[in-house]
Write a protein that binds this ligand. Structure first.
Ligand code: ZN
Length: 275
């Protein structure tokens, strides 16, 4: 019996544009259609951001609600993960959408430079977001862009603001933050096992590092993230046709590691989300 690997598809993000790849879904209708294809291809978790009418990142709670409703209709049972990322808005507006109680939400537990910007997550705001996730029974995905964020998550566990078991994502390959190197991945994974035993994890590799990070994670019992948010290419110089095509590729890679693609029920059980 092989062990299941959960595929998370990050469909849109804050940065990707149609100029980079026309398949990047921007409107809610496009997002629902793209997610449905990815769900049917094997992704059980949808990591979602919303954009405004000009295609720019925003944190508009009503848009999150509309997207959630569309996904619940077209992807029945799929685990929906709202982004609360700093590139989508400022301060408390970043977590207003949590009142709609998605199954999961991202939670960055520290600040870091990303390319030419500060990815700002002040400690007080991290506390508030973690508290809201507890209050609304939302499973956080702890986003680790640097080692300090892993230790911050452990502190939040100690203070009762994060519940075990934790689900952690290592974000690798963005200039200014963690380099996508195997030695760095091993270090992070070892630290995680020591500091927060029993946590599940995934590794999100940006752009050309996407597949490599999937492989490192799978080889060590972790899960997989893919999608146009992180990478608009299916192979060197070739644009991905859709989020679903990236999911299909992830399914093939999972098969190479004596793992199988997690079903919805398996994903919910592994993440501790009520069916
Ligand atoms: Zn994101």
């Amino acid at each position: 019996m092989t062990t299941p690997a959960i595929i998370t598809v990050a469909i849109t993000g804050n940065i990707a544009t149609k100029e980079q790849n026309p398949a990047v879904p921007i409107t809610i209708a496009e997002q629902v259609e793209s997610t449905q294809e990815a769900f049917e291809a094997g992704a059980m978790v949808a990591h979602v951001h919303v954009r405004d009418n000009n295609g720019k990142p925003c944190s508009d709670a009503d848009r999150f609600l509309k997207l959630q409703e569309g996904l619940q209709k077209h992807c029945p049972g799929m685990i929906i993960q709202f982004s609360t990322g700093a590139r989508g808005g400022k301060g408390l507006e970043r977590c207003e959408s949590l009142k709609y109680r998605p199954e999961m939400a991202s939670l960055s537990t520290g600040s870091v430079n990303l390319v030419n910007n500060i990815y700002e997550n002040e400690p007080k705001l991290i506390d508030i977001m973690a508290e809201r996730m507890l209050e609304f029974n939302i499973k956080p995905e702890v986003e680790v862009f640097d080692l300090g964020m892993l230790y911050k998550a452990a502190e939040l566990v100690q203070r009762g603001l994060l519940k075990l078991p934790l689900h952690v994502q290592f974000v690798m390959g963005i200039p200014g933050a963690l380099p996508a190197k195997e030695s760095v991945f091993h270090f992070l994974r070892t630290e995680l096992a020591e500091v927060i035993p029993g946590a599940s994890f995934t590794a999100a590799g940006v752009a050309r590092y996407q597949e490599q990070c999937q492989r490192w994670s799978l080889a060590h019992g972790g899960h997989v993230r893919t999608g146009l948010e992180d990478n608009v290419m299916i192979s060197k110089g070739v644009l991905a046709k859709s989020n679903a095509q990236l999911v299909e590729r992830a399914c093939e890679i999972i098969g190479e590691y004596d793992r199988h693609v997690a079903s919805l029920q398996e994903a919910k059980t592994l993440l501790g989300i009520a069916a």
